[in-house]
Every structure is written in C-alpha cells, then in structure tokens.
Design a protein. Structure first.
Length: 76
C-alpha cells in the first residue's frame, strides 16, 4: 500500500497512514536538511489524529532531538 497523507504542516512534517500504522515524517537539520520517518505507536497515532497541537509538539521534539529518535526511523 502506498502511504496516504493524513496531515501536513509545510516544511515541518507529514503524517502518513500506511498499511501497518502511521508514520510521522519530520524535516530535521540546519545546513543540510533530512527526514526522519518515525512509526508511531498506537497511542501516539491516536493522540496525533485527535490533537494537532500534540502532533506539532511531537514533530518539534523529533526535530530538536533527532538522535533520540533515529533508531526508530524507517524508510518510506
């Protein structure tokens, strides 16, 4: 299944629905920009879908501390 965009904030993140769950793709970096694609837990996905402020905060946390989320990153 091709990932389907569920939510998007330009130049910040895209929330995708995949065949197996939800993945939050966050733009990170400074001089060089890269994406981290973080599969969300069931609880994280439920909150993200219900509350855009939570989604904004989660994306900001990933962007500010990418090394803490890098191990969770997958390729879309």
């Amino acid at each position: 299944m091709t990932p389907r965009k569920v939510a998007e904030k330009a130049w910040t993140y895209i929330l995708y629905e995949t065949g197996t769950g939800h993945v939050l793709s966050v733009l990170c970096g400074g001089i060089g920009i890269y994406e981290l694609n973080i599969p969300l837990t069931t609880a994280e996905a439920a909150r993200a879908l219900a509350d855009s402020a939570y989604l904004d905060g989660l994306a900001a946390e990933i962007r500010m501390h990418p090394q803490q989320f890098a191990a969770r990153s997958v390729t879309l």
